[in-house]
Design a protein around this ligand. Structure first.
Ligand SMILES: [Zn+2]
Length: 333
């Protein structure tokens, strides 16, 4: 526990001496009642009746905010008699701490299946191990909208946030990846190129995508035809090239918006390829988040339209774990 936390709890304990009797005698206070409350924090005695989930439900309005309580407390050292801090306001927006700053890894998958020779195919048993590792080690899967809030310095997100993305729109997302993700209560972000949707039995259909979306998946664009957006055809005039790229970005968004009834904010550049002009066109088309395949994690000051992302190609755990970089140690004092 660091000094500021120690002093916070010490001050809180002093306050408890003055306030406990008054809280205890106030019949209008709802259970569980706080021992101390400021604008920023409430303090509770942990006990069987005060689980983190229950505190999230009663004090933060929804169990989905349980990570805020977990992040504010050192869960591994909390006994049943310990005091629990419940943050009442967003803390550490942008993930800035006195010993460094948060960074959000984005993982990139394509196909799932037993083929161990294709670099783009992840076998189900390995994918399961990877997802289990995320769950067992306290990682939380976030959406592009959550990530955008973090990058725009608008809202706190879990300290160990990670984005799982799956490109192209293969049926194995639905048949293989989804059941595994479900086991761990995870979702993913799927980037489809619209020409491929429903084209064969190997491709996701719009109905599949609607079903994945209703479960909590995010669906983004991977353009219309999966063309390299930086590459002009040999005989193409600059104007025609410009219009073709604009169409790849605009039309795919328009189709996805209409099919799924949404305002699509996410884009994955085919082959991860982009340049300054492509970024401008992507922004003009209405995308707010776009991912490359440039290796690395993403602190809040990363350009939201040129995010780093790690392709998960190796069918093992060591490299996977090395990609889960969620914190940069730098003294900001
Ligand atoms: Zn692709």
């Amino acid at each position: 526990m660091n000094n500021s936390k120690m002093s916070f709890i010490f001050i809180s304990l002093i306050s408890i001496i003055f306030f406990t009797s008054c809280v205890a005698n106030n019949s209008s206070v709802q259970h569980p009642s706080s021992l101390y409350k400021s604008n920023d924090y409430a303090l509770y005695k942990k006990g069987k009746e005060n689980s983190f989930s229950q505190l999230a439900r009663t004090q933060l309005g929804d169990e989905k905010w349980v990570w805020k309580i977990e992040d504010a407390n050192e869960i591994e050292i909390l006994s049943d008699s310990a005091l629990v801090q419940v943050p009442l306001k967003d803390q550490n927006i942008g993930g800035l701490f006195e010993n460094g700053y948060q960074s959000v890894p984005i993982l990139c998958y394509h196909k799932f299946g037993p083929d161990r020779t294709s670099p783009l195919t992840m076998p189900p048993d390995i994918f399961n191990q990877q997802m289990k590792y995320l769950k067992d080690n306290g990682y939380r899967v976030v959406s592009p909208a959550d990530l955008l809030d973090f990058l725009k310095y608008r809202r706190q997100i879990p300290r160990k946030s990670v984005l799982i993305t799956i490109d192209d729109g293969y049926k194995s997302i639905y048949d293989i990846a989804w059941p595994i993700l479900k086991k761990y209560n995870f979702t993913a972000t799927v980037f489809v190129y619209t020409n491929y949707v429903g084209i064969s039995k190997k491709a996701l259909t719009w109905d599949d995508l609607r079903e994945l979306k209703s479960y909590g998946f995010s669906i983004g664009s991977h353009t219309v035809s999966h063309a390299d957006l930086t590459k002009k055809n040999p005989d193409e005039k600059p104007d025609d090239f410009y219009h073709r790229i604009t169409e790849e970005l605009l039309l795919s968004k328009k189709i996805i918006d209409k099919e799924l009834g949404q305002d699509t904010i996410g884009l994955s550049f085919p082959y991860g390829r982009q340049n300054r002009n492509v970024l401008k066109l992507a922004e003009a088309a209405g995308y707010k988040i776009a991912v490359t395949v440039d290796r690395g994690s993403n602190p809040f000051f990363t350009n939201p339209l040129a995010l780093n992302r790690d392709m998960i190609l190796k069918k093992e755990m060591k490299t996977f774990i090395s990609r889960l970089h969620t914190f940069n140690n730098v003294s900001l004092k």
